[in-house]
Design a protein around this ligand. Sequence first.
Ligand code: PMP
Length: 430
Amino acid sequence: MNAIADLSTADLGALRTRVRNAYDAFRARGLKLDMTRGKPSAAQLDLANPMFSLPGNGDHFTEAGDDARNYGGVQGIAEVRALFAPIMGVPADQVVVGDNSSLALMHDCLAWALLKGVPGSAEPWSKEAAPAFICPVPGYDRHFALCEEYGIRMLPVPMTGHGPDMDAVEALAADPAVKGMWCVPKYSNPSGEVYDDATIRRLAAMRAGAPDFRLFWDNAYAVHHLTARRHDILNVMEACAAAGHADRPFIFASTSKVTLAGAGLALFASSAANVRWYLARASKRTIGPDKLNQLRHLRFLRNIEGVHRHMDGHRALLAPKFDAVAEALERHLAGLGAARWTRPEGGYFITVDAADGTARRVVALAKEAGLALTPAGATWPLGQDPHDRTLRIAPTFPSLEEVRAAAEGIALCIALAAVEKEDAGRSRPA
Ligand code: PMP
């Protein structure tokens, strides 16, 4: 198929008829499909069902002999910290295990930085005239919502396919008002890209205008592979320490998409100084986390190999869904010049860049056909995509059959919106 822009009037008309008919037929099926949020499916959650009988009656002591039923243990149980230390890339004594949401830990770090400052701060971030964060785009909407909530300016930088555009990042980071940066370094939300070593080295070594600059290193998809290749990334803690910036990374992860999305474990890791800072704040907020859930996770996952084995089960359920989306996009859109899309090797999302100026139209067409898509613009700060082209596809939650149908619908909506755009362009007086 030739690119839409190169089609003769007759060929464009033929394509319009074919795509319109296919879209109308799709709409007539009266489906109700939801591809909006990156939630695990019930089948994925079922993989963790054995946890419901853990840690088991009477099994509530830690290796140190502490009673996990009681208050205390703000940093988390030592053997549970040791289980996750390899994922966090730090020694176990620099890991904190919180309750169930890493987003909550990110929120707390941001709120405490604003109210109290972090190690190295001359004053709380809120005393700055206009603190700002660097935001790689497309990015995670909830990161951006946190900045919006607390009045932090967001400075978008493009992703390159192997991490953020580092020339742009370095230029922005030199400004002392720039206090931090959001990073989802592996299988990024939503592009799926993996930061390469050179990018991580530059993030670690770059000059930051603010002495208390922090990388909010959200490694949410650390073990969430979709292929046999378990991508690894450079250890950001070691890279930062080697560059003389040991306090730069705040590392986050969770088991929300390993075990149970609503009842997992949230993880924080950082330098010894940052961990002391974190625990000093956290111990005002709580007398201790849910340590029975920590024991439950330990008994179920056992060790890092257990984590990987468990994730293989997720992969078996998820890879066919990602393949189904890729197959439908390829079948309907290859060569049309109407879209580009990612082929992620892990994580929860596929990013599709539709033709410029059509993303909102695609979402509207999808809605008319019973297909809920994430609002266009959601992956940009303040929901504003200046190109109106980026779509985030979340294929994890619906069944494979539903994903197949939805992918078909998405591809048709993208093609139809691109044809409409071409029609409008050609009918405009020269
Ligand atoms: N970070 C990223 C990048 C995510 O995609 C998600 C979930 N969509 C989260 C954090 C949320 O993590 P948690 O469940 O641990 O709060």
